[in-house]
Design a protein around this ligand. Structure first.
Ligand SMILES: [Zn+2]
Length: 264
């Protein structure tokens, strides 16, 4: 069972056209709305909300036509996560102008493979918007050909400089895999068994590391991320892209409770 983005990979597709220049914050649109409404209390409230969007620390507008390096891409994620943790997200790149500009093509600065868990939406926890992240999700970040092909498309055709494998605490898929090893456990007979099989090597390796039963799932979350990172690095398309330009594959774990993303 996998869930990919709605961007169907099309290997033979030509490079997407450059979108119009980005207008990053919400303020211009809100000002337009204010003028259209002719002011008044509603307008004042809208202006106040807009002013908050320009608070100190607001991310600089990213010019899609100027590719970021892996280090800059990671900084953008770290800063966005800090805003999210602080409860001060700026919701960049979600204006109507941004949306319309992106209709011509996409230039995301990072690909993310995250768990399908509803509590781990990458755009929200990294405080990013439209056209920023090329996201592929599957329970437990398990790789299959559809997931791998989607990520390869992001690296080869969209030329993202950074690929993040994002696990999370309290991952149900990892916990189910730990449970599946109990003597009385039986296969479900569904495609969920394939997920368990995909995560099993991480649980076994966590056990070899000496993880106690009570912390096995917690350790396996980290190990699972690291194993997926290694498999992606070894994938021919990503390995080849790495020889031509900078492509970094890194692991990270999201803490459900604090909202923090820790890069491994
Ligand atoms: Zn999960």
């Amino acid at each position: 069972m996998t869930a990919t983005t709605d961007e169907a990979p099309a290997p033979a597709a030509p490079p997407p056209a450059a979108p119009a220049a980005r207008r990053d914050d919400h303020l211009p649109d809100r000002r337009e709305a204010l003028f259209a409404l002719g002011g008044g209390l509603l307008g004042a409230l809208v202006a106040l909300a807009g002013a908050k969007a320009l608070a100190p620390g607001a991310p600089e507008a990213r010019d899609d036509e100027e590719p970021l390096g892996a280090r800059e891409a990671r900084e953008r994620l770290v800063e966005g996560n800090e805003r999210f943790v602080a409860g001060e997200p700026l919701h960049p790149d979600q204006s109507t102008t941004r949306r319309e500009g992106l209709a011509e093509g996409q230039h995301p600065f990072c690909a993310v493979l995250s768990c399908a868990d509803s509590r781990v939406p990458p755009e929200v926890l990294f405080d990013q918007g439209l056209g920023d992240l090329f996201v592929v999700r599957s329970a437990g970040q398990v790789l299959d050909s559809a997931v791998l092909g989607s990520l390869q498309y992001g690296v080869e055709h969209l030329e993202v400089p950074l690929l993040v494998v994002l696990g999370h605490t309290e991952c149900g898929a990892v916990a189910a895999t730990v449970e599946s090893r109990r003597p009385d456990a039986e296969p479900t007979g569904t495609d969920i068994d394939a997920l368990v099989a995909g995560i099993l090597p991480a649980v076994e390796e966590a056990e070899r590391f000496g993880a106690h039963e009570t912390e096995l799932a917690e350790v396996a979350v980290d190990v699972n991320v690291e194993l997926v990172v290694e498999r992606l690095k070894a994938s021919p398309v990503i390995a080849k892209a790495s020889t031509l330009r900078e492509v970094k594959v890194v692991g990270a774990v999201y803490d459900l409770e604090t909202g923090e993303v820790e890069f491994l």
